[in-house]
Ligand binder design. Structure first.
Ligand SMILES: Nc1ncnc2c1ncn2[C@@H]1O[C@H](COP(=O)(O)OP(=O)(O)OP(=O)(O)O)[C@@H](O)[C@H]1O
Length: 605
């Protein structure tokens, strides 16, 4: 790896570290008033970071960050007013209290958003409403807590300054020292957040943003991760709010205002969505522009400047400053996706496949049966699954066929948990999974491949497989081992560092199948797996399915009759949501009743 490539890989560490050192040097030199104002830019950067965690990484545009910020500010300040006199130091009270309250508020709001499975727009609107609600309530909310007095629209004053020392003589820091302290606090939080987001937690959060359904189909409890990430972002915002309270010595309801709420996404967009450090750059850029061009007022961002910045952003810098620079830099580096062009058709290494299936049986136990008893699903007047009773066992593949709209996919989705049945039961092994969430079914041994390839396009091939393997093993090294084996089974070792989106459609299908195998599933459900595959790939797939069926239970929904014939398994014909006929494909093909439903005739039906 060249120096430039190495530097690019660690840019999020090296440049921010350099910027922190530089800022600390400046902090000692600059005019105290500028230091005082610049401290607020650092705090706004921290608030921007909290949004980038949940939006840039988690995929949810939250307009509730200022709500957590304000709540953290108020709560942290109340705690600091009452407890700081005992220690002198104000930070040790205000910051943890603000963070805890921010996290709690975000967890409460997140619970409603994620557990009600709200869509992105609904979630954004709800978070905005939450902020507005607080803005309105705090106008009249008055409460005395010990020495602290929350005074409605008069705000709350006598908040202690940023006091670093301890004891009775401890004094609030001067503007330059307070600026330096804010830089150190922000730097610590930035580097911790970066570490968190580059680790397993961040990987799963990224996967959820890219494809939440697929992430759950790997066995991850998506809502739990979304909630944790949101609560973490709330903690960051709450801590920033508490620091703001100490910096300003005063808080009022304007902290929850519409303008504040909309500024945060602008910081993130200007700096570069998803870059983490961009939030600080955005806050600095907007803050400095407003300060130097807008008359030097604290927080005096004029509408004109913001409007200008936004127009520039839309026209020239859609990825923000850091995103744009990153794209330019990447162009000068060797293309990591080059190897995708050299990849031929996937050819399964059957020896490695055999080993994988044996290992899976050792790790995950014997194959399981899957069954439905009178499963029933209805959409208004349409009944796509009408009291279907089926048992699937290992040994040979099961195929579900039937004309368009027969209910094949609906039946599969009912088994997977994507559709909740109104009647009947679904069992996996000895477990009744009728009402189990999807991730739980996967953990119990279900492996699902949907019709379209579902891979995490932004992640490399190796990382896609690792993420799937980690869902089962919960062990970094073991996951690497499993992923490497699947990679070699697929013959994609040369493409391990390639982004999955750069692979051809067929290769993505195989990668998806590889991810399912990483789960060591005891029951495999495949929805039209041969769709979009070449003849050669379809033959390869047929052989894989037959081998798989010797070790696990396999159910395939398929349109392609020729493919079904090559599977040499049991075939169920569905028609209007009901089991219409069963048997082997040759007998069914010769059955006039089956021909009639395919041809839309009623002669023998
Ligand atoms: N989410 C849904 N909401 C409303 N109706 C649905 C839903 N899913 C499926 N249906 C209806 O159920 C019926 C069966 O659809 P389904 O996709 O299960 O059939 P299929 O046999 O898989 O068809 P195809 O081969 O065309 O994919 C159709 O009439 C479809 O419109």
């Amino acid at each position: 790896m060249s120096i430039s490539e190495n530097l690019y890989k660690h840019a999020g560490l090296v440049f921010p570290a350099g910027a922190v050192v530089l800022a600390l040097v400046f902090a000692g030199q600059i005019d105290p008033y500028l230091a005082f104002v610049a401290t607020s830019w650092v705090i706004f950067g921290l608030l921007g970071l909290s949004l980038d965690v949940v939006w840039g990484r988690g995929g949810l545009l939250s307009l509730g960050q200022t709500a957590f910020y304000g709540l953290g500010g108020y709560f942290g300040s109340v705690v600091a007013i009452n407890l700081a006199p005992a220690t002198g130091n104000s930070l040790i009270w205000a910051l943890p209290a603000g963070a805890a309250f921010g996290a709690l508020a975000a967890a409460a709001l997140g619970y409603v958003i994620f557990f009600a499975r709200m869509g992105p727009l609904q979630s954004t609107i709800l978070s905005y409403t939450f902020t507005l609600l607080l803005w309105s309530v705090t106008q009249t909310f008055k409460l005395d807590v010990g020495e602290a007095s929350i005074g409605g629209d008069n705000g709350m004053s006598n908040i202690p300054g940023i006091v670093l020392g301890f004891g009775e003589d401890a004094e609030p820091l001067g503007p330059n020292a307070a600026f330096a302290a804010a830089i150190v606090i922000a730097a610590l939080l930035y580097f911790f957040t970066r570490w968190l987001m580059r680790g397993t937690f961040g990987r799963i959060v990224d996967c959820i943003r890219i494809d939440a359904e697929k992430t759950e189909l790997l066995g991850y409890d998506v809502r739990k991760y979304q909630l944790l990430n949101f609560a973490y972002s709330g903690a960051l915002a709450g801590l920033a709010g508490a620091l703001f309270g100490l910096w300003a010595n005063y808080l009022n309801p304007s902290i929850f205002s519409v303008q504040e709420a909309l500024l945060v996404p602008i910081y993130v967009l200007v700096g570069g969505l998803g870059t983490l450090s961009g939030a600080f750059l955005g806050a600095l850029a907007i803050g400095a522009l407003s300060f130097f061009l807008g008359g030097g007022a604290v927080g005096g961002q004029t509408t004109l400047i913001l409007g200008g910045v936004l127009i520039l952003l839309v026209l020239f810098l859609q990825n923000g400053i850091l995103g744009g620079l990153g794209n330019l830099w990447r162009k000068s580096l060797s293309d990591p996706n080059e190897a995708a062009r050299n990849a031929g058709a996937v050819k399964i290494d059957s020896t490695v496949l055999g080993e994988i299936l044996q290992d899976a049986a050792k790790d995950a136990g014997p194959a399981k049966n899957m069954g439905t008893d009178e499963a029933f699903k209805q959409f208004g007047g349409v009944i796509p699954v009408n009291k279907v009773t089926q048992t699937f066992t290992p040994g040979k593949p099961y195929s579900l066929i039937g004309p368009n709209g027969a209910g094949k996919s609906s039946f599969l989705k009912t088994c997977v948990g994507m559709y909740k049945p109104e009647g009947g039961t679904v069992t996996l092994g000895h477990d009744d999974i009728t009402h189990a969430p999807i991730f739980d079914r996967v953990r119990k041994g279900m492996g699902v491949k949907n019709q379209k390839p579902q891979v995490f396009g932004e992640l490399t091939v190796a990382d896609n497989l690792w993420t799937a393997a980690f869902a089962r093993t919960h062990d970094t090294d073991k996951a690497e081992e499993v992923a490497a084996k699947i990679l070699s089974m697929l013959g994609l070792e040369g493409q391990s560092g390639v982004q999955a989106s750069a692979l051809s459609h067929g290769q993505q299908q195989w990668l998806d199948i590889g991810m399912v195998l990483c789960l060591a599933p005891r029951v495999v459900l495949l929805d039209e797996p041969a769709a979009g595959m070449t003849n050669e790939e379809t033959r390869e797939l047929s052989s894989l399915v037959r081998t798989l069926a010797k070790h696990t239970t396999v159910v395939v929904v398929e349109h392609d009759m020729e493919f079904v014939r090559t599977l040499e398994g049991h075939v169920t014909v569905l028609h209007q949501g009901e089991v219409f006929a069963e048997g082997d494909i040759e007998t069914l093909r010769a059955d006039d009743r089956v021909l009639d439903i395919y041809l839309g005739r009623s002669e023998h039906v």
